[in-house]
Design a protein around this ligand. Sequence first.
Ligand code: GLY
Length: 592
Amino acid sequence: MLKPLTAVAVFLASGALAQQAADSIAPEAAGSGAFAEISPEVTAAFDAKNAGTPVMAEDWMVVAANPHAVKAGADVLAAGGTAADALVAVQTVLGLVEPQSSGLGGGAFLVWYDAASDAITTMDGRETAPLAATPQLFQDDAGEPLGFFDAVVGGRSVGTPGTPALLEAVHARWGTQDWADLLAPATQMARDGFAVSPRLAGLVASDAERLASSDATAAYFMPGGVPVKAGDTLTNPDYADTLAALAEGGASAFYTGDIARDIVATVQGAAGNPGVLSEVDLSIYSVKERPAVCAPYRAHEVCGMGPPSSGALAVGQILGLLEGYDLSAGPEDANVLRLIGDASRLAFADRGRYVADSDYVPVPVEGMIDPAYLAERGKLLSGDDALPEVSPGDPAFDHALKWADDRSIELPSTSHISIVDSMGNVASMTTTIENGFGSRLMVRGFLLNNELTDFSFASHTDGTPIANRVEPGKRPRSSMAPTIVMKDGTPVLAVGSPGGSRIIGYVAEAIIAHLDWGMDVQQAVSVGHAVNRFGTFDLEAGTPRADQAAALEALGYETSVTDLTSGLHMIAIGDGLQGGADPRREGIALGE
Ligand code: GLY
């Protein structure tokens, strides 16, 4: 039996750990290599001593990326609210205190286990391309793809936000507490002010030039031209007013009326890089309920978000490809890393060919996670060395069209929330504004996303269309992988992470760490990362993975030792609850 801890005790203990982790964040710690040159994220040097032990509880648990947000969710859960209620409180506080990662101007995917009906469903609150968007949105006059940040900064990259509508839909369906009360903690904190965290301060400092591209954004994050510092008290009365409007009018106060007009004016008026988002786009936005994508692994069902996310398909493929292999030697074994790394490369090859918004292009969802397909394709892993080359497979596909490969640029940002309530409901939600600080456009106290840059900038290769090309009303492919793992029809794990397309590797690795390596959730979120998407093994600096570079190179891989700033937030559900928060960010677990 797990030992219950009081909410206050857990908060203080974990808060100290969070502070230690936060203290280790420094702008100069940003990663190395070509990626780091364009990374907007300040990364935390990994420090295993901050990993700690899992937080244990019996009744409810919440894990998210900032102690203020976790505390807001914990208060809701302690008062008898559901995980859906808590999500509203956590997300609206995150939008204030971790504005660079998620918020009202972004989108999210929720995987929900409903205890009353014993059912899993997924809710798609993904941003959506404006009706005026074309496949050439991110191309210059010669048809060449724009530079990434030329596309990101400004109005062009802004899709219709989904988060306000998602929160309202989730609350209407599974919430029990008063909507306005759930917005009150963030509203109050926005008016009273909050202490800028070390991570937010570091990110503002490192992104100052891009933040200066918009007057409203610069005025908030760099008042008087000086970047906010850790510990500064920041108020956001505009955000408080926006939340007050939502409290009174619901999500329609966001999608129509003055707020919608301001969003559109900001996007269309962005100097140098205007966008095409319109009031019609906002007014027709809808949340989509979609069936969960569940893949078998070691007598479990790993369930997550299907298209437009590639998350559940890629995580499910990696695990399915590995089903026939013994990984018990653990992460210190180079052959185990080879198996996981090449399984990931195979999954990314299928992802790049086949996955996009299934409302626009046929996606072979069933075929891609068919155990027979994965068992056959998994035979490619039976050698001793790195696969010399990797190409997409041929999953069963009842559609004649084939697509050209694509590799959209996705940089690490985003945030993940895992919650279990006292009724046994489980929420696993990954939430984003895409790049750190999104489009850098701020309106009414929140940042607007740049999610449209998750589309492929190229629309065709040699005349063959790319599945994830821009189309009007389409949702860009995501890597977000909010996950609930089931065993014998019961939820046993909730997990997810930020991290761009590395999200897929982080989540698959955390599940393997828990199920194959027997790690508790805190160990599983803390273990050093080894991620391989397209051939190069990214090995986490400051961890034992970095020391395996030579062994992996001997197997035929290129390696890159770098900071890998996941934000894994994981809850194990069994004879009690165990929570683990990624020591690389500022999050905590809190339960009772
Ligand atoms: N923009 C992050 C993702 O959706 O994967």
